[in-house]
Design a binder for this molecule. Structure first.
Ligand SMILES: Cc1ncc(COP(=O)(O)O)c(C=O)c1O
Length: 451
């Protein structure tokens, strides 16, 4: 590896960073992260901080998970790559599919379609949803419903169901036939409603209204994150997902839960669907499936959707989708070891306990700092502070001041994520009580120092 001066000199010059303006990255070069251990990262200057981002909601087990590193290394020795396109399979891929069928059995999901990441998994779910209806002779069902503020990756299908204009504007036009329903976001919503249960009913009523307006028999699926993540950690009221499931059942619409963040324990339950007592028809997963150590994902398919494909006697059931790296044996080996560790460490339960500690601590911080307009969380290790310059008018805090806060929190010992005017906190699920307190202290003192 080249030395420190070389790396700093070339930082952001020869590759463009996702979700960033290239000119801004040139003007303000990104932090160079060089090492990771436990829940910590160390930058190129040797500064060590808690990773309050958890990689990107994916490094649930932290940076020192030796069994996954060993599994990757062993698989590279045995068979570094083989395809799973029609006609070939690999040992690791088969073993992983059995483990996932067991893990997701309580969600009613028994088949996996492997992908290279979250956007791929979303795309596959959208495609399979349309195909499911075509096989059943309901080819008019091509449209999708989604939530404003939802994030579903950046492939064209995913960006089309995405509910944040930042991710859409520069790439429009998007797929036709997608309708967005107001999110159950108590701090800002078109109903001016702050009671979560009432707001959930308003949003469900809007969803039913849209279904009837579009024509139920034209809609393939409704997609949502059980707790909205990148859009600013928006936890719906507990009645919302069950209500959406009931509407989907009533109108023959498939329910896709996008659990690229929430699968494998982040909400304090093993999946977001289970957290809210719902069984989806399809589920998009990725990220923590390999603890972020290998790009990998799985679209999970329910038994009744699988039946429709597997009992089809025409070419309509053939899955003409997939990626060179679908079911990559090294990724599959990483995922097997990751799933074993995830279960052995019972990270869902730690996410619940530490998440409650984090939420209570952030609520106390919100009381002390007027800049915090809204403090969201309460579902495992998904937390957010929404920052405003005027609490009455809820004016989003400006970008430059948020950047100052971000840096001050980092200097106080924790890296958090900025998304719009939100500070998102989503550390590895193996974080300890003491480390959780350190995150809270860094956020508290960072806010005080920057403002
Ligand atoms: C809910 C959700 N869906 C999809 C994606 C896209 O995943 P990827 O970035 O792995 O393509 C993300 C990424 O953050 C996500 O949070």
């Amino acid at each position: 590896m080249q030395g420190e001066n070389f790396l700093k000199e070339h930082n952001a010059k020869h590759f463009w960073h996702p979700m960033a303006h290239p000119a801004e990255s040139l003007a303000n070069p990104p932090k160079i992260v060089s090492k990771g251990d436990g829940v910590h990262i160390t930058d190129i200057d040797g500064f060590r901080a808690i990773d309050g981002v958890g990689g990107l909601w994916n490094v649930n087990l932290g940076y020192s998970c030796q069994p996954i590193k060993d599994a990757i290394s062993a698989q590279l020795d045995a068979l570094p790559y083989y395809a799973t396109f029609r006609g070939t399979s690999t040992d690791a891929t088969i073993e992983l599919s059995v483990k996932l069928a067991e893990f997701f059995a309580p969600d009613g999901l028994t088949r996996a379609f492997f992908t290279s990441g979250g956007s791929d998994s979303v795309e596959i779910c959208l495609r399979l949803a349309r195909q499911y209806h075509k096989i059943r002779g309901q080819g008019d069902r091509t449209k999708f419903l989604a939530l404003k503020k939802g994030y579903h990756g950046t492939h064209t299908g995913g960006a089309s169901v995405n509910g944040n204009s930042n991710f859409r504007r520069n790439y429009e036009p998007m797929l036709p036939g997608v309708s967005h329903i107001p999110a159950p976001y108590t701090y800002r919503n078109p109903f001016n409603e702050s009671d979560p249960a009432t707001l959930a009913q308003c949003c469900l009523a809007a969803m039913e209204d849209e279904i009837q307006f579009q024509g139920a028999d034209t809609i393939a699926a409704f997609i949502m994150e059980p707790v909205l993540g990148a859009g600013g950690v928006i936890p719906p009221h507990e009645s919302f997902l069950p209500g959406a499931r009931a509407l989907c059942d009533k109108y023959g619409i498939l329910l896709i839960t996008d659990e690229v963040i929430t699968a494998f324990g982040r909400t304090g339950s093993w999946t977001g669907a289970r957290h809210f007592g719902v069984k989806p028809d399809l589920m998009a997963t990725a990220k923590a499936i390999t603890n972020g150590y290998f790009p990998f994902g799985a679209a999970m398919i329910s038994e009744h959707v699988a039946d429709v494909f597997e009992s089809d006697k025409t070419s309509k059931g053939a899955v003409f989708s997939g990626y060179t790296y679908s079911g990559h044996p090294t990724g599959a080996a990483a995922a097997i070891a990751c799933l074993d560790e995830t279960l052995r460490l019972d990270v869902a339960s730690n996410a619940g306990t530490r998440g409650a500690q984090m939420h209570a601590g952030l609520q106390a911080i919100a009381e002390r700092h007027a800049v915090v307009g809204d403090c969201r969380g309460g579902h495992g290790l998904m937390n957010c502070l929404e920052l405003v310059s005027d609490p009455e008018a809820k004016t989003p805090l400006d970008k430059a001041t948020i950047a100052k806060v971000h840096e001050a929190v980092y200097q106080a010992g924790t890296l958090v994520r900025v998304s719009g005017n939100n500070l998102i906190i989503s550390p590895p699920l193996v974080i300890s009580e003491e480390e959780t307190n350190a995150v809270l202290n860094a956020v508290d003192s960072g806010l005080a120092a920057a403002l």
